[in-house]
Write a protein that binds this ligand. Structure first.
Ligand code: B12
Length: 215
């Protein structure tokens, strides 16, 4: 099977919420030598984006969205495992990351975690539904350099601002660099709330975090 065929079948499997085929395509892709992140970016993400568009247009409903999300999660687990096996030294910097309070979308955040680990960062993944206070507590405990937040709902983006405000209040704002991401988040939003960086996708996130640590 060619790369393009694998990408297409991966996309179709996510659109159909077919976890088994999606997992098979992830394994087949990795076995054929396609990089984990390349596989996610070209095959699986176009699939979940299509599902999101159809859901937004009212052509697809929540149970189907959940099936597709579960299929996507299974794929990410498989790809994470393969990245972890590669056993990369984690000495690039320390990142605390999570999805903000009230928000259960964690697929994108988990991809960012994978790519950071693959690039040698030590990452503390706080999961989802993480409050501003908890981000700060965990960053302090982990000795983080960077705090990364993900928000997928327009209603939960405000927690990214709350984090900036609380860091200021506690006199910790200069101790950490902050980076924000998630589909509704923009460069403009990052500037408005005073975050140090915005990233449009996982690769951009790694690039920006490297820049933040240098500057
Ligand atoms: C999958 C999905 C779900 C799944 C989530 C499963 C999971 N474990 O994550 C489930 C079914 C649970 C779900 C639930 C809901 N969802 Co939903 N969901 C989606 C969907 C289709 C895809 C999101 C996704 O995974 N995208 C793929 C990933 C790879 O992209 P990403 O998250 O943007 O991440 C990339 C970048 O943004 C960036 N990035 C992201 N975070 C970060 C963080 C940092 C630090 C960095 C550097 C980079 C970075 O890198 C990532 C990798 O490239 C989106 C549609 C969309 N297009 O976004 C709707 C969407 C976000 N959902 C929506 C809605 C409305 C809901 C519900 C309210 C539905 C309901 N009626 O219950 C609930 C909310 C639950 C809650 N409280 O959170 C709306 C939001 C509308 C809005 N204006 O806010 C959307 C846009 C769908 C739509 N078109 O209407 N959802």
């Amino acid at each position: 099977m060619t790369k393009e065929e694998i990408y297409q079948l991966a996309q179709d499997a996510i659109e159909k919420g077919d976890a088994e085929t999606a997992a098979n395509m992830a394994r087949l892709g990795l076995d054929s030598g396609i990089g984990g992140i390349e596989l996610i970016d070209n095959g699986f993400i176009p699939g979940i984006n299509k599902v999101g568009d159809l859901f937004g247009e009212g052509q697809l409903f929540l149970p189907e969205l959940i099936m597709s999300a579960n299929a996507m999660q299974g794929v990410i687990d498989i790809i994470n495992e393969s990245l972890e096996k590669a056993g990369i030294k984690q000495n690039q910097g320390k990142v605390v990351i999570g999805t903000v309070e009230g928000d259960l979308h964690d697929i994108g955040k988990t991809i960012v975690v994978s790519l950071l680990k693959a690039n040698g960062f030590a990452v503390k993944d706080l999961g989802r539904d993480v409050s501003a206070d908890r981000f700060i507590k965990e960053a302090e405990a982990f000795g983080a350099n960077i705090i990364g937040t993900s928000a997928l709902l327009t209603t939960t983006m405000s927690v990214q601002k709350e984090l900036e405000d609380k860091l200021q209040e506690k006199g910790l704002r200069n101790k950490y660099k902050t980076i924000v991401g998630g589909a509704p988040v923009t460069e403009r939003w990052a500037k408005r709330i005073g975050a140090d960086a915005y990233a449009s996708d996982a690769a951009d996130g790694v690039r920006k975090i490297k820049e933040l640590l240098q500057g």
